[in-house]
Design a protein around this ligand. Structure first.
Ligand SMILES: [Zn+2]
Length: 328
């Protein structure tokens, strides 16, 4: 049987696994992400040896989803906010020395979007957006039945659409990005601002450095919201409001058949989603909103592995080189 390997590199964990031709997971595991690039490459080499032993068939190809912007022209990672060692690193030749099959590298959120489209909640549509709402907000676009990567591979950065021009400072350096207003960190900041004494918060421009009020997680805030705490519900409602503005932009711009919402924050139920959908309806053309199904993503934490592996599978018959580029 034909088997494909997928690697999903995160700031804290490297998730990896094997899928069959139908996208079913045959094996999966995870390892802590090494601090250095040399450690990462050694780990990949070691895992590869292990995967080949475990695989019930020949591993035909491998895919890697990596955090940051991946440049298709130079085959280098340009900006990896959570894994600085990758910046400008020539990943392809280094990985090629450790793998004996063709492999492809792309942005992790692109790979997750591809996975959801090929084998998850996006099956059967030709246009789709995946938004992963967690510590940050990642995303990927499927347009015309293909992963949309843009001119050099930078497309799909939906987390950095500006939804609040005077809003919170984002990790990318801009202000009021969707990620800065609606991610798990944003919910915590909003909650901190709401529960702080009123004179401390004087403007809507809350910077991340100002978060000192409480050491709580978005999950804690969710539990407080469920318990009826007004500030907790309001923090979700405000984050949901900006998420809805982002969804409205995507709906009007792309007229997608589906928008899939994944990531840890989306497990917090309706406190975020309901205001987001309400605001998206208010901020987009009625016909376009009506034609878009906003749903939860289907593959959970496996989307990256399945996406990277199936992306490699998809590209394999059409390319004999390691050039990483799609052949449209
Ligand atoms: Zn940003």
């Amino acid at each position: 049987m034909a088997v494909y390997a997928g690697f999903d590199l995160g700031g804290t964990q490297l998730k990896y696994g094997l899928i069959d031709a139908e996208g079913r997971i045959l094996f999966k595991d995870k390892a802590p992400t090494p601090a250095t690039i040399e450690g990462l490459l050694d780990l990949i080499g070691m895992l590869w040896t292990g995967l080949k032993k475990k695989s019930p068939g020949k591993i035909e190809a491998a895919g890697f989803g990596i955090p940051g912007i991946y440049d298709l022209k130079t085959n280098r990672v340009l900006q990896s906010p959570n894994y600085g060692g990758l910046d400008n690193f020539e990943l392809i030749p280094a990985v090629a020395r450790r793998l004996d099959v063709p492999f492809w590298v792309d942005n992790d959120a692109n790979m997750a979007a591809y996975g959801e489209w090929a084998h998850g909640a996006g099956r059967g549509v030709s246009s789709m957006v995946l938004l992963t709402v967690g510590t940050g907000i990642g995303g990927g676009l499927i347009l015309g039945g293909n992963l949309w990567r843009g001119g050099r591979g930078y497309a799909g950065e939906v987390g950095h659409i500006i939804v609040n021009p005077d809003g919170a400072r984002c990790t990318c350096g801009l202000q009021g990005c969707l990620e800065a207003e609606s991610s798990a960190g944003a919910i915590v900041r909003k909650y901190a601002a709401l529960t702080r004494t009123a004179d401390v918060v004087t403007s809507s421009a809350i910077t991340s450095s100002a978060i000192t009020a409480e050491d709580v997680t978005a999950e804690d805030i969710y539990n407080r919201a469920k318990g009826g705490e007004k500030a907790a519900r309001e923090a979700f409602a405000r984050a949901g409001y900006y998420l809805g503005i982002g969804l409205g932009i995507l709906i009007n711009l792309l007229n997608p058949e589906k928008i899939l919402l994944g990531g840890g924050v989306m497990t917090t139920g309706e406190y975020l989603l309901a205001p987001a959908v309400e605001e998206a309806a208010r901020r987009s053309y009625r016909a376009s909103f009506a034609a878009c199904s906003i749903e939860r993503a289907g593959l959970g934490n496996d989307a990256g592995i399945i996406g990277a592996a199936s992306w490699a599978r998809e590209n394999l018959p059409r390319s004999e080189s390691f050039d990483c580029g799609p052949k449209f």
